[in-house]
Each structure stands twice: as C-alpha cells, then as structure tokens.
Design a binder for this molecule. Sequence first.
Ligand code: NAD
Length: 418
Amino acid sequence: MLEATNRFFNNAADHLELDERLRTILSTPRRVVRVEIVTESDSGELMHHLGYRVQHNQARGPMKGGLRFHPDMDEDHAASLASLMTWKTAVVDVPYGGAKGGINCDPSKLSEAELHRITTTFVSLVREVIGPTIDIPAPDVNTNATIMSWIMDEYSKFYGFSPGVVTGKPVDLFGSLGREEATGRGVMYALEECLKESGRELSDVSVAIQGFGNVGSHAARLIHERGGKIVAVSDISGGLRNDNGLDIPALLDWVARNKVVEGFPGGDKVDGAAVLTGKCDVLIPAALEAAVTADNVADVQAEIVVEAANGPLTPDAHEILVGRGVTVIPDILANAGGVTVSYFEWSQNIQQFQWEEARVIEELERKMRRAYQSVATLARDEGVDQRTAAFVLAIKRVARAASMRQAISHLLPASLKG
Ligand code: NAD
C-alpha cells in the first residue's frame, strides 16, 4: 500500500520537479514504532498482537491520524496511511502533520474486556511518543468513540487530565458535536462542489456506496437528506440495490438493530463487488483500500468517484479512470472532513470551551468547500487530475514549512518559494 501512496506522491513531485533529496525528506517517516501487546483473554489464555504507530511528518504541527484495529494492519499500511495524513492535513490546511497506527486484531472476535486490555496495553507502550502536542490518534476502521475514551483515560493516568491526546471521543467526554458524522459530511460537501461544475445538485444524481460504517452510513444519510438517490450500498455482509433509491433512514434503523445491511427488505440482494460496478452516476468507496483495481476498473460505470475511504483505487485503476474522463475526488481531499473536525475537537479541548454544533458544521463546510476549490482550480490551471493537484498543493505547503524549520531552502525549486 505504501508503494501506491509513494507513486501518487512521486507523480506530483515530478510535476513540481522536486529534487531527489527533498523527495526523500518529505516521503520518509520520521518515526516508526512497533510494539508487542501481550494480554490475557477472558479464559486466561495469553493473547499476542502487534501494535503500530508511524509518525510521518511534523513540519506543519503535531502529528495526527487514526488508529485501525484490523487483522491486516501492519507497518506497510500504517506507513502509507500516515503519509496520506501528512498530505491530507495540508490540503485542508489544518495545523498538523501526519501519523497513523493500529493493532492487528479482529475486534469482532474479542469481548469488550479483552479489547479494553489490548487498547490500554497499547497506550502504555506508546504513551511516550503520543500526546496533545506530539501525536494525536483518532478513530479509523473498527475503532470508535468508546475506544478513544479508553485511550484518554489510560494516558491521563500517567500524565494527568489530557482530553487533547485523542479526538473522536464521546460528546459527553470532551468530544466535539458533529465529529462522528464529520467525514461523511465532508464527502457530501466535496461531491456537491464537484457537481456544481456541471450545474448539478445532489438531487440530480444516483449514488452507489461501498462500506456502511461510520463514513459510508453518514455520507448516505446526508446525501439522501439532500435529495440524492442512493441506489446501492454494501458492507462486509454483501450488497443491496434498489434502482428507485434505497430508503436510507429505514436502512440505518435496520443496521442499528442487525449490525449489517444483509436481510434489509427494501432492496435486492446483490454481490458486494457488484456495487462498485453497477449503474450509477457517482461511486463512493467508503470501506478499505484497493476496492477498485486493474481487474474491475473496466466495469466501473460511474462518472464521478469520491474516495471516502483511504486508498480505495490502486494507482493503475486511478490512471485508467482519469484517462476515461472520470472525475476522481482523491482521498486526501474527499475524506478530510474527519481530521478537520478532529482539529476543532482538539482546539476545544485545549481551550476547555465547547462549540455549538452549528459552528462546527459551518466551519467544516467552509474548510471543505475552500479545499475543493483550491484543488479543482489547481487541477484546471496546471492540466492535471485532482489527485496530482491535491498532492502538489500539499507538498508545497509541507515543503515550505519544513524549509522554514530546517536549513533546506536551497533544495526548494523556485515554484515552491514565496
Ligand atoms: P468502519 O469500521 O466504521 O466501517 C467500515 C465499513 O466497511 C463497514 O460497514 C464494513 O462492513 C465495510 N467493509 C469492510 N470490508 C468490506 C468489503 N470487502 N466490502 C464492502 N464493505 C466492506 O470504518 P470507517 O471509519 O467508516 O472507515 C472507512 C474508510 O474511511 C477507511 O478507509 C478509513 O481509513 C477511512 N476514513 C475514516 C475516517 C473516520 O473519521 N472514521 C476519516 C477519514 C478516512
């Protein structure tokens, strides 16, 4: 996965004619941590998991990025996702660097007590390298507000009251109003801005969404509320399709009771993979990486792809889609709403002051629309796709910040100065 991220980075670096030495400085993680998490299961057996935290870059501020609990989590995933966080925080212009981490566990096979032991052991092992001014984790795949509370609690045992050590906490425990839905909301704003370019609104398009977790379900709800027709969704249990539009409130209610979309009576059961390639105007992959690859890209029918997940298109698939004239709104722009409201949460924690939800939404909307316009304008002006434009914008911001901190301004090409 890191190879894919580096390929995207290098496309933009080529466009900027970046010096090899600067590429190395900007693409190499500053710290990679791997810890052995040994805990006891409820039945007294020893359990062994690996935990990771990769801190990619801190030129623009403390490092920021999610924690993923997934059997496939490894150093390669963490490094790739950490790098994406550096570019994402720069695209949306929040004062952070990038990090990412996680544990190679399957929470669906663990009791709450086991998950708590694994999480707090992880925190005790990485506590020296995280903190409100160093590196601030947040939720990602299979982690949520409850797990963030456990992290805050464990960290605070060592360092005193520290709500700013993690974001994505419950609203009743120093979380921010509007954080849970922020990534899905940001996806919706990015899509709205994109549709405006062709004089359309959400109510003019049909949408297919892969993944119905935090990001996918909130994106579905918000797009549906604005008149968008969600014709297909999928999750780990499979897919659903209804060409007249799925009843999203009823589906959300079903998933709240049954955990998965499978069995919902308001749509036809389809294969999960068919949701990516079925008829729709807009495809929103909101599950895991490499959903669209060279193998299935030829069958994708959407004219707009919004990368709500991180890395859902392989570089080959991206190149083919862009070559076909499909607009791809890249992950480092499309899903930046989450880290944006994480920044608002952290700011509230530091100031010990809670914002009204309306303020969170208003500031998120402004940041997302501005970021979309900056990327789209750069793409048009420089004749590149939106992903390259987003990386170019981000690299410029990070490189300038790095050069102000370190004696490397001689490595900056003229296009990055001033
Ligand atoms: P989540 O754990 O809440 O949901 C993941 C969803 O994907 C679930 O519905 C799961 O069933 C589904 N899924 C898993 N494998 C699938 C498959 N093979 N086919 C179809 N569906 C599948 O996770 P999330 O927080 O919604 O994150 C989803 C993506 O968005 C990830 O790539 C994550 O890195 C990215 N992201 C999340 C946030 C955030 O704030 N949570 C922010 C930015 C980016």
